[in-house]
Design a protein around this ligand. Structure first.
Ligand SMILES: [Zn+2]
Ligand SMILES: [Zn+2]
Length: 101
């Protein structure tokens, strides 16, 4: 997905995230470039590469973890809550790595 290329730091306001604008000075963020892109995650609002249904893959992953770990009550059992949190955190290093390119 091409959106990965949009990640960087805005040369105008130093915003770190989606920078779709291109100027002679460098990339600019949505606010500074005036470019409107639907890149915000509808669930957490993060400027992430969207995975499915307008959500970043971290939210999608969290959802999948939740679905995997929840019992019939729809709640993650207390015993498994730390595991769910740890698995959710695992999404972050990958996301950071993707932004390096
Ligand atoms: Zn900016
Ligand atoms: Zn999200």
């Amino acid at each position: 997905m091409a959106a990965k290329r949009f990640h960087g730091t805005c040369v105008i306001c130093q915003h770190d995230g989606i920078v779709p604008g291109i100027t002679p000075q460098g990339r600019t963020c949505r606010t500074c470039s005036g470019i409107t892109l639907n890149v915000g995650c509808t669930e957490c609002g993060a400027e992430e590469e969207l995975h499915s249904k307008g959500r970043c893959w971290r939210c999608v992953l969290k959802d999948q973890i939740r679905q995997t770990l929840t019992g019939p009550t729809g709640q993650i059992p207390d015993k498994l809550a730390p595991l769910a949190a740890a698995l959710g955190d695992m999404a972050r290093p990958n996301t950071v790595r993707a932004q390096m390119h």
